[in-house]
Every structure is written in structure tokens, then in C-alpha cells.
Design a protein around this ligand. Structure first.
Ligand code: KIV
Length: 279
């Protein structure tokens, strides 16, 4: 997408931070150039989520994402968008070991994609990593509640905030992420009332997924939202289209026309010697 790099009209991480308590912040995932182009006019924030490992690459969990994968998809989304704040996920294994490792990985992601911010999973346990990245001038989005990168450690995808102890831990996580300097935080798979309480408790925007309409914004995986998910659609997803049906129907009609030689028709072949029908 052609844009004048001297005029950066993108929504910044700071713009998102200022939206606390205001009109809800609209976020979706994007992994590719065409999807970024289609979504950019409608959203405030595009997340190049590590869910790309599952959605596009067929891995069983997000643990299949690599730094190289995230950077390649981040570059495509930056090329396809001009307005949205683009946030790229830090994949598992690229930041947990130490603040030094986290800074090196975040610098690679921002340096090689030009994205506005990075996102990482964790609360109290990752506060030092968040603070170190922010100290280098890179905005960070936190991610608390259900953390897909911990699915093996947790023994599955478990909804958070069902016990008093866990609610207290979530409050500590939200506070730690905010105090470390994050500009916003994703709250995933968390009891509705708890997500609403966390939103009231911290001064940065919360972005809900399987959380609460009271969050400061919402995010969904775009493929889920447009009805492209083949295997299991999570309870918190609302499908706004049926792309599974559209694609299956188009493929069936194409197959029938190829087999009957109805395709290609006269409009889809080249017949003049003058060159007037160049594609
Ligand atoms: O990877 C991802 O898509 C995410 C969102 C679901 C928040 O982290």
C-alpha cells in the first residue's frame, strides 16, 4: 500500500492509551496484506497475533510461532495498513528468559516491521520484561487472564477468575503490567464480572476477548469473526459472516465448471492477434 512515510497518520500506542473509558477501542487480528487492507479502515488496532501459528500454519497451539514468522506477518500487515495501530505478538521463547532477551526480541520486531508496539503474555512474572522494553522506547501491550502460551503448563484452556485467590492474582497482574508501563492490556478468557472489575481498577485500557462488554475495547481473531474457523469455534466468538460456506460453494462451482469445460469461457481466454485483450 503506498503511503508517504514522512506523514505518519497512524494511530499510536499513546492514542490508544488516551482512549481509557471512552468510545470502545476496535481491535482485530491480521496476518496478511489483503486482510490488513480490508480491515484497516474499520479498526483502531490490528494485532499480528501469535494465533497465526494455529490459524494460518496449522499448529496445535500458539507455541508453534517463531520470531521470524511474527516478523514476516508483521511486515505484510504494515504494508497493507495505513491507519491502524499495529501491534505484533512476541512469540513464546522470545522474551521469558530475561529482560535482556525481551529487549533484543522486541527491537528486532519493531526494527524489521516498523510496527507501533509489541504484545507479550504475563503479569507479575513478566513485569521486568515489560519495564525493560518500555525503557527502550517501545510501547508494550500486556496480556493477562487466559494466556494461550501457557496452555501446556495450565493443562488446557481454563477460564480465569473463578476463585477468590485467582481474582486476587489477576488484580496483582493487572497492576503489575500497568506499573511496568504497558499502554493497554488484553484480558482473555476471564469471568465477566472480574474483567469488568479489572477494567475499573487500572488506568490503562483493557481489551477484552471472552471477557466483558465493560472492557475499554474488544478483540477477536478475524478468522473466527468471519466464519473461517474449521474445527472448533470458541463460545466467546460471534460469527459475522460465513466464509467457510462462501469458499466451499465457490470451490464446488469451479470444480463442476472445470469438469464440464464451462470454465474457462470466451471472456477468460485470449483470441485476438492485435493485443487488445491484454490482461
Ligand atoms: O494471538 C492472538 O490472536 C491474541 C489475541 C487472541 C488477543 O493474542
Amino acid at each position: 500500500m503506498s503511503r508517504d512515510p514522512s506523514v505518519d497518520s497512524r494511530i499510536s500506542a499513546e492514542d490508544i492509551r488516551r482512549r481509557k473509558g471512552g468510545v470502545p477501542i476496535v481491535c482485530l487480528t491480521a496476518y496478511t496484506y489483503p486482510v490488513a487492507r480490508l480491515l484497516d479502515p474499520h479498526v483502531d488496532l490490528l494485532l499480528v497475533g501469535d494465533s497465526v501459528a494455529m490459524v494460518l500454519h496449522g499448529h496445535a497451539t500458539t507455541l508453534g510461532a517463531s520470531l521470524e514468522m511474527m516478523i514476516a506477518h508483521g511486515q505484510a500487515v504494515m504494508r497493507g495498513s495505513a491507519k491502524a495501530c499495529v501491534v505484533v505478538d512476541m512469540p513464546a521463547g522470545s522474551y521469558e528468559a530475561s529482560p535482556v532477551q525481551a529487549v533484543a526480541s522486541a527491537m528486532r520486531i519493531v526494527g524489521e516491521t516498523g510496527c507501533q508496539a509489541v504484545k507479550l503474555e504475563g503479569g507479575v512474572d513478566m513485569a521486568a520484561q515489560i519495564a525493560a522494553i518500555v525503557a527502550e522506547g517501545i510501547p508494550v501491550m500486556g496480556h493477562i487472564g487466559l494466556q494461550p502460551q501457557s496452555v501446556e503448563k495450565d493443562g488446557g484452556y481454563k477460564i480465569k477468575g473463578r476463585t477468590d485467590d485467582n481474582i486476587a492474582a489477576l488484580l496483582r497482574d493487572a497492576e503489575a503490567v500497568e506499573k511496568a508501563g504497558a499502554f493497554s492490556v488484553v484480558i482473555e478468557g476471564t469471568m465477566e464480572a472480574v474483567a469488568a472489575k479489572l477494567t475499573r481498577h487500572i488506568p490503562i485500557p483493557t481489551i477484552g476477548i471472552g471477557a466483558s462488554a465493560d472492557c475499554d475495547g474488544q478483540i477477536l481473531v478475524t478468522d473466527d469473526m468471519v466464519g473461517m474457523t474449521i474445527d472448533r469455534v470458541p463460545k466467546f466468538v460471534k460469527e459475522y459472516a460465513d466464509l467457510r460456506g462462501v469458499i466451499a460453494n465457490a470451490a464446488a462451482r469451479y470444480a463442476a465448471e472445470v469438469r464440464s469445460r464451462a470454465f474457462p469461457g470466451p471472456d477468460h481466454v485470449f483470441t485476438t492477434t492485435s493485443g487488445k485483450d491484454e490482461p
